[in-house]
Design a protein around this ligand. Structure first.
Ligand code: 5BU
Length: 259
């Protein structure tokens, strides 16, 4: 049985958060629901792959704390690429402490994440104070955050009531929370974007508990909005051709849901 979903352009008219609207309009214009997880350890390698596949993605996700030669120059160049190719920057920081601490981790230290990342991830294990802390820093900068409601890894504890609590926290903080990292559809609220990692075409897992599903299965069966792909693209012989393939699979599955 097929479930009809709203097109990206139609959904924009039903949602209020400026970042959600911006993301959906990028997805509509560029015909992509692909987020590249740029998990490389050198600034130059990240900037190089992002410049090559920037046209194929709606977002680039970073783990800034794995970059060996991090500098503010690196993130400034990443921001320039985001303007050149029109994608959003998504730092997968997964905050997980009390509100007061995460505020400092978000705006300060050597990374100054709030200065350059449109979106950040946070765990909800501390309770809603973590979101309120991040919000005090991010709101005036027009930033948003995404809650880790479910994980792709074997034996994850983020399930059931925990995931339901994440949905509740999202609904209570819709001025700042724009969606979830998840493995299922958690709410029909058009404002909240579902983003799913653990997506790959050729293999079903890795040696450390990662579990993969295909792009079409993520979009069509789980009804997620965005597929997050790292190694599926980064370790391919031809990452650019592979990014195109992921873009096409994901977008094709979305189109199938529309018809
Ligand atoms: P991969 O190379 O496609 O397996 O990378 C997946 C990325 O998504 C990687 O950066 C993880 O840190 C991230 N991730 C994940 O894999 N699963 C999750 O549940 C969450 C994040 Br939350």
């Amino acid at each position: 049985l097929k479930t009809q979903v709203m097109s990206y352009s139609e959904r924009i008219t039903h949602c209020s958060h400026p970042l959600t609207r911006k993301l959906l309009s990028i997805m509509d214009k560029k015909k992509t629901n692909l987020c590249l997880s740029a998990d490389l350890t050198s600034s130059q390698a990240i900037l190089s792959i992002v410049d090559k596949v920037g046209g194929n993605v709606c977002m680039v996700k970073t783990h800034v704390d794995i970059v060996e030669d991090f500098s503010q120059d690196f993130v400034q160049k990443l921001v320039q690429l985001s303007e050149k190719h029109d994608f959003m920057i998504f730092e997968d920081r997964k905050f997980g402490d009390i509100g007061h601490t995460v505020q400092q981790q978000y705006k300060g230290g050597m990374y100054k994440i709030a200065d350059w990342a449109d979106i950040v991830t946070t765990h909800v294990v501390p309770g809603s104070g973590v979101v309120r802390g991040l919000k005090e820093v991010g709101l005036s900068r027009q930033r948003g955050c995404v809650l880790v409601a479910e994980m792709s890894s074997t034996g994850t504890l983020a399930k059931g009531d925990y995931s339901k609590a994440a949905v509740r926290i999202a609904h209570e903080n819709k001025d700042f929370v724009i969606g979830f990292i998840c493995q299922s559809n958690l709410t029909k609220d058009p404002d909240l974007i579902h983003m799913t990692p653990g997506v790959r075409l050729d293999v079903s897992g890795d040696a450390l508990g990662q579990q993969y599903i295909s792009p079409s299965s993520a979009i069509r069966d789980l009804h997620t909005d965005i597929i997050i792909v790292g190694r599926g693209i980064l370790t391919a012989d031809n990452p650019v051709a592979m990014a195109e393939q992921y873009q096409e699979s994901g977008y094709h599955a979305y189109q199938e849901l529309l018809t």
